[in-house]
Design a protein around this ligand. Structure first.
Ligand SMILES: [Zn+2]
Length: 274
């Protein structure tokens, strides 16, 4: 499939506020699946807000805010606040190169996004699309959207509401939580989650506790209830989902092992990454 976007969001960007380019709008809306109720608010922002300036991360990084034409006094982007966490992320793989699209959590009526060529340079005006994937599309039971391999899942049963699913991909070293109430997939920073896990496990050895890369190396040694406890701790500090009371995890480590290692060990170790 060949795609033509005359203004792809990468050039002629001196004047603000401006509307999103067709390519920017289509790409950001793709990150926010319409069939999942939890993405509705963000879709409204994309449909109605304007780009008010650039972010702090260079080319392809812009800030959206609610301004209406005719544009009077437009607040300049606030680039002093801490960078908001990632709300949605996806990649479009072209025949040559990849485009990444990142949308951050809305913060003080500002919404930051980045659409960049992962291999450097500008986004070509036309390109052949090979494949695209985003974490937002993920549902429990599915493979990792990034590497198309098995992920470890931990179901967290809310007392009131649908269950949540914590998912971890050892190959890509990514983790995310799926909210059964609204379908939203929240990406979770590995370091913060790992800190909570280490506190829960009372691990003080700095060689283990300070190196979050160990999470995926040692993933099979953590029970579902360990990982649930770490998520509850993380969510208390940095709320991703409305949690409320949670039912005790009943899944034993043995059942996890038998499920997880039913896949050939080779695929779990090597991954598909180049
Ligand atoms: Zn993966």
């Amino acid at each position: 499939m060949s795609i033509l976007f005359p203004t792809n969001g990468q050039g002629e960007r001196a004047a603000f506020p401006r509307a999103l380019s067709d390519f920017e709008r289509a790409t950001l809306l793709w990150l926010l699946p319409e069939q999942k109720a939890g993405y509705k608010n963000y879709r409204c922002y994309i449909e109605s807000w304007h780009v008010i300036g650039t972010g702090r991360r260079g080319e392809g990084n812009f800030i959206l805010a609610p301004v209406e034409p005719p544009f009077g006094d437009v607040t300049a982007p606030d680039n002093s606040a801490p960078l908001a966490q990632v709300f949605a992320y996806g990649v479009i793989e072209m025949s040559a190169g990849r485009i990444s699209a990142t949308l951050r959590e809305v913060q003080e009526d500002q919404l930051e996004f980045e659409i960049v060529n992962l291999d450097g340079g500008t986004i070509p005006e036309t390109f052949e699309e090979r494949r695209r994937w985003s974490f937002s599309e993920w549902n429990p039971g599915a493979q990792c959207p990034m590497c198309i391999q098995h992920v470890r899942e931990v179901s967290i049963q809310r007392i009131a509401g649908n269950s949540l699913t914590l998912a971890m991909c050892p190959s890509d070293k990514r983790l995310w939580i799926y909210d059964g109430n609204d379908g939203v997939v929240h990406l979770i920073p590995v370091t913060n989650f790992y800190n909570e896990l280490m506190m829960h496990k009372r691990v003080r050895d700095p060689q283990i506790a300070l190196d979050s890369r160990n999470l995926f190396r040692d993933l099979s040694s953590y029970s579902d209830s360990d990982l649930t406890a770490a998520f509850i701790g993380y969510n208390a500090l940095r709320k991703k989902v409305e949690l409320g009371a949670v039912a005790q995890t009943e899944v034993s480590r043995r059942s996890f092992f038998s499920k997880f290692f039913s896949a050939p060990p080779k695929s779990w170790r090597t991954g598909l990454k180049p």
